[in-house]
Design a protein around this ligand. Sequence first.
Ligand SMILES: Nc1ncnc2c1ncn2[C@@H]1O[C@H](COP(=O)(O)OP(=O)(O)O)[C@@H](O)[C@H]1O
Ligand SMILES: [Mg+2]
Length: 398
Amino acid sequence: MGNCWGVKIKAVCPSHSVPNSGTNSRSGRESGSSSRVSSSSSSVPPTPRSEGEILQSSNLKSFTFNELKSATRNFRPDSVLGEGGFGSVFKGWLDETTLTPTKPGTGIIIAVKRLNHEGYQGHKEWLAEVNYLGQFYHPNLVKLFGYCLEDSHRLLVYEFMPRGSLENHLFRRGSYFQPLSWNFRMKVALGAAKGLAFLHNAETKVIYRDFKTSNILLDSNYSAKLSDFGLAKDGPTGDKSHVSTRVMGTYGYAAPEYLATGHLTAKSDVYSFGVVLLEMLSGRRAVDKNRPNGEHNLVDWARPYLANKRKIFRVLDTRLEGQYSQVGAQKAAVLALQCLSTEARFRPTMDEVVKTLGQLQDTRDAARNPQPDQKTSVQSYSCNGHKSRREVQKMLGM
Ligand SMILES: Nc1ncnc2c1ncn2[C@@H]1O[C@H](COP(=O)(O)OP(=O)(O)O)[C@@H](O)[C@H]1O
Ligand SMILES: [Mg+2]
């Protein structure tokens, strides 16, 4: 690929510095903790433990390798939808009712992820996805139809997400990918936050652990769904404050305390959410060595600006000028800054993030469809909007 982003953190001993592996593969997933998971919805069964239990209990279809070969027309290279550390993802077609392969253009479209490399780590990630996506149903989590486990083949069959990943929309240049508007960015942020909040609110928390733009997929209406549960992990139970794991994830997104100690909490996901929100606000990648010295790491570069209300606008994507209200932009920037707090306890919960982002959408909707008795107006500002600081503080409730 030749770029310098998306470098995976491989398993390293906590409290040692993380080596820059320069590879996009993941390895060394932890063995499951002893805790059991059930979702906040009472109809969801507790997380099964053994592989047999996971595969038996899920409502997923077990596909044969030949079925998926035929559904994807022999994994045609021109039908690749994307690639990640696990393998390539191909477009395919199934009959809607029987879920058997059909001709391209008929039935439902699916996305088939195929593990490229053999080995225990790949199998564990595959099983983690079957485990979590097989039992959770939520509008902001991608739907898994089934899997294939045959000889050394490990595949996953998902609903097709027509607008692909958030990463492509934010960072790919070209006529197909127009810059995502402010409103769509905020909609995506809210949807993804709801997905994380759902996982964190499960009876026993689930920590997603790999929250980043390439794992957020978009449907035709730009509703966000979390995908790629390969690194998801049961959260701490009882009076435990964290789970101890080997450090896994992606450079630029992992929380500092997790990198330093291997202690994983839901607040690690909140930090990663802050990084993604900042990427959405700025249109810049979390890590990009093509930027000038001192700007390689987005969080380090942006933090001083986010902390200063008058300088927040230096961080905002210039392609968004004129699309946001000054108040909305500042609220979003303050939220990102809170999520990026170095100390985990100062970060908001994902429920609080959902609430704040929900209020931002409400303000926007109110501005678009003012009620007859509504006196406040929210205007659109560019980076150089002229509201006085005092007025802004008042609107922000400071
Ligand atoms: N259901 C889907 N619909 C459309 N594109 C998808 C789908 N699933 C994955 N992709 C594409 O493939 C890429 C890699 O998928 P992902 O599940 O993150 O794999 P990995 O586990 O290898 O990181 C995504 O970033 C996206 O571009
Ligand atoms: Mg991925």
